[in-house]
Design a protein around this ligand. Sequence first.
Ligand code: HEC
Length: 139
Amino acid sequence: MCTRVPSVTTALVAAGAVVALVRPSLSAQDGLYAPPQAGRGASLYEERCLSCHGELTAFVPEVAALLGDHTFRNRWKGRTVGELFELVQVEMPQDDPGSLTPAETADLVAYILSGNRLGAGDRALPETPEQLTQPLFQP
Ligand code: HEC
């Protein structure tokens, strides 16, 4: 199932309102991570990522939410969760790349998924990107 929402039009119509909060999830990829991972990822994000990337869950048009907005979703549509995992592990945080453990990276990816309104499931997100071949967002 694919719910296409013309986000630009929606944003214009509802100018000023917090549009994203009422928009349905744009992806069918729910259930890829467990809730405690996203919780740990949230603290880690605040410590290591927030200064450059801004609040993930601030879906307010004026606030930069670089990893949780529609530009991010468009850029990652069709690319795999594993690709995101590898980018974070290898290139981030940009001021200290390579410093995250696989477990920390999985927590952060789980938090990024949750911040993009993808729901949690029963199983933890694996720490091995080779296993994460699912598309992050449906093309
Ligand atoms: C010192 C600033 C800085 C910090 C800290 C930082 N990043 Fe980044 N990040 C960047 C910049 C700049 C880019 C864009 C890089 C590029 O396009 O080459 C980026 C890109 C990204 C992307 C790809 C975004 C996209 O739209 O494709 C992800 C995912 C990401 N960062 C995650 C993280 C995570 C997770 C952390 C915390 C562990 C983090 N970053 C910490 C500066 C930072």
